[in-house]
Every structure is written in C-alpha cells, then in structure tokens.
Design a protein around this ligand. Structure first.
Ligand code: C5P
Length: 411
C-alpha cells in the first residue's frame, strides 16, 4: 500500500559504499509520490556526487551546516520542519554513534536533533563493525528512543565478506518507510470476510448454487486492506481476483465455509459475512451421477449451519456484520435479521432490477445498501460495489471503534 504519496522525505546519506543504492532509492521514493531532499555527509560525497542526487531528487542537495546560500533558501531548521520523516540510508557506524550521543557537528546530525519527524536508519557496514559491542549499544539506545531501524540484512558484503550488515534492498526500504505513515481507519485490525456463493453437491457433477459473483465480498476485503486491516477472505467459488495482500481461503460448500470461519474467526476483531451461503443442501449427495428415470425427481434438503449466527453467538465474538439480500420488505427483514442473528450491523440490499431495469445486487457491478446497526442507520445510494465497499468499511470502522471505546470506558 502506498502511503508515501505527497510525503516530505529527508534522505540522509552517510559515507558507505551502499550509498550507490540510495540513488535508486531516491528514484523510487519519487515514483511513490514523495518529495525528496537529500542531505549528504562529507564522507558520502566521496562515494557518489551530490550532482547525482540533485538530478534524481529534483532538489538542491544539502551538505553544509553553515552555508550562506543554503540558509537563505532552506536552512537546517526549515529542513527539520519540512520533513515528514528522515531516513538515513546508508547509516554508517559513525553516524549511529553520533546520533546515539546527540552530537550536532554536521548538517545531518543537527537536522536529526532539530526535527520532531520520525527518524529511520538503514545501517550498512562491515559485519564485524555491526556486531561490535559499541555499535550494538548505540543501536539499542537509538531504538529505545523511538528511532526505527530498517535492517541490516545478512549476505555478501562489498568488502568481500559475508555476514549481517548489508543495507536493505530498495523495495524493502520503501515498504518499511511507508509503514511509518500507515494510519487507516482499521489499521492493524484483523478482519475476516466471507464472499461468493456456496455449491451444495447433488451428485459428482451437479450442485445447488446461487447467482452471487463474490464481487461485494472481494471489494470489501480490498477496502478493508486499504484501510490498514489484516484481511482473511474465505470465498466460495468465484472468478474474482484475490485483492493484493489479502489471505484467501477457497471453499465450496456451506459446511466447508463454516469450518473455515470457525477456525479463523478467533484471530479476528471484525467478521463481515458477505457470502451468499446456501440455506439448504441435499441431505445426501449421490456418489454416482444421477440417471434420469422417472418424470419427477425429489431431492430431500436439510438446513445448513447458519455461520453468521454461530459467530455472533460465540462467547468471544468479534464485531459482526451480516448482509441481507432481499427481494421485498428490505428494511423490515433486515431489522429482524439484525436482532435474530444478534449482529452488530447489517447491510441490506435489494436483489433484482433497479429503476432502469439494470441488475443490482447479485452478479452485478452495482449495489445499493441500507446499513442498519443497533442505534443508527445509513442509506448508501446506488454505486459501484468498489465505492460502496469503501463507504461500508468506513461505517464498520466507525462503529467498531465506538464500541471498543465504550468497552474501555466501562471496563
Ligand atoms: O438468513 P439469511 O440467509 O437471509 O441471512 C443473510 C446473512 O446470513 C448473510 O450475512 C449471510 O452471509 C449469512 N448466512 C450465514 N450462514 C448461512 C446463511 C446465511 O452466515 N447458512
């Protein structure tokens, strides 16, 4: 997830051969939409020229603490205030020692002292220097003060030796830095979503299914992930692509979905049941393909487990959101379900045709939702399921956080 868009990043570069990787890092930061200002120590300019970073960052490179031209433009205090984050990559053993001591004898260390922005270091040094007790102590001191350490990694080093001390690769650094800006409405909350239809076998080739495409559930999984949640998606048969960074578990029948949900749900704080789970299944599935003999065929059906009710009725229940797909009396039926299934929230939708005779609800790009919870409601007008999913996730997050706050206050 890109959280770096529009962010002001001061990229500090200290003297180390890994400085060449920081040229690529500057490009990738800009690709992610960040504005980058590079500050180099004198040691760093021996490895890569300031001109390289000026061209890549599209900003002047800062090297001097007391530089009339720089102070007239953006001096160290302005630079310290401008930064949303300071990343020092590579961070040498010397720079870590100076930061641990709170020294301010060059532009970069002074800037770090003068800034309230989060500070991250990507150490890069020979493995013996990294494992030296002094460096290890400095690294602990810095971490205790809230400085973020990205790496180092293990592997072959520029000095020809192998060990811990390699600077992290550029994509890893970009990921780690974006992590500092994550603040979605469901940040770090575990969310379990079910989606799609279930298929209940009649015989090896036939089943009872429904028209659900899985789109709404998949859009909800994606929206929850975008909101910072760790998302597990349990899906019935669906051709939808798995949203990025979402853990997907495929099932076919209601019984399999029940098993998977029960196994997963205890790790989750929010459960969104968007699947169109079959209410009935053939009592027995024939082991062989049924042959046509008689004019009529009866298949005895039995009820499936009501998954959402089971979750809502459990002792360690998460925040439970159900769906009510209806063809009539939408609101009344939804309110009854909210109560009977002991849900925290229900999203009711009409399945069928809209005013322009377009399909909405099942197997359609579009939907419209009437969201009801114990002491409130909101109508989400007809829109693409991706848009509606974001709106619904915001409502879920709001109610979930409100409940959590209430629990804290009454604990
Ligand atoms: O009772 P009804 O099927 O209309 O309720 C719909 C809600 O219940 C949806 O959230 C659906 O995912 C859930 N459900 C379930 N297990 C079933 C049937 C429905 O979790 N067997």
């Amino acid at each position: 997830m890109n959280t770096l868009n529009g962010k002001h990043i001061v990229l500090g570069i200290t003297g180390g051969i890994a400085a060449y990787k920081s040229a690529e890092l500057t490009r990738r930061l800009r690709d992610a939409g960040a504005q980058v200002r590079v500050v180099m120590t004198h040691g760093a300019t021996g490895f890569v020229t300031p001109l390289t970073f000026q061209a890549l960052s599209a900003n002047p490179v800062h090297t001097e603490l007391l530089d009339e031209a720089a102070e007239a433009g953006m001096g160290h205090i302005e630079l310290a205030r401008w930064a949303d984050a300071i990343l020092i990559a590579p961070a040498s053993a010397n720079s870590m020692a100076k930061l641990a001591q709170g020294r301010a004898d060059d532009l970069l260390t002074t800037l770090c002292l003068a800034s309230e922005a989060p500070l991250a270091l990507a150490p890069a040094m020979n493995h013996v220097m990294w494992s030296d007790a002094a460096t290890q102590d400095n690294s602990s001191i810095l971490q205790q003060r809230g400085v973020h350490l990205f790496g180092p990694a293990s592997g072959s080093q520029a000095c020809g030796e192998t060990g811990e001390g390699r600077m992290l690769d550029v994509p890893e650094l970009i990921d780690a830095l974006s992590g500092l800006f994550k603040s979605g409405v469901l940040q770090d909350i575990n969310v379990l979503v079910t989606a799609g239809p279930t298929w209940e076998p009649i015989d090896p080739v036939r089943f009872i299914g429904n028209r659900s495409s899985g789109r709404m559930g998949f859009a909800l999984a994606r929206a929850a992930r975008e909101a910072g949640a760790n998302v597990t998606l349990i899906s019935g048969p669906s051709s939808e692509a798995t949203p990025e960074d979402v853990h997907r578990i495929d099932v076919e029948t209601a019984a399999q979905m029940y098993e998977a949900v029960i196994q997963q749900v205890r790790h989750n704080q929010v459960f969104i049941s968007a699947a169109a789970v079959a209410d009935y299944r053939p009592k027995t599935a024939s082991a062989q393909k049924l042959k046509k003999h008689d004019a009529e065929l009866s298949i005895e059906l039995e009820r499936t487990e009501d998954i959402v009710s089971a979750v809502a009725g459990s002792s360690t229940r998460p925040f439970v959101v159900g769906f009510a797909a209806e063809t009539e009396n939408i609101e009344t039926n939804a309110r009854t379900k909210l109560k009977n299934k002991a849900l925290d929230m229900i999203a009711a939708n009409r399945v069928g045709k809209d005013a322009n005779a377009q399909d909405i609800g099942f197997n359609s790009e579009y939907n419209a939702l009437h969201v009801i919870w114990t002491d409130g409601e909101q109508v989400l007008e007809q829109a693409r399921k991706t848009t509606l999913a974001r709106e619904l996730i915001n409502l879920v997050a709001h109610q979930y956080n409100k409940n959590r706050q209430h629990e804290k206050n009454t604990a």
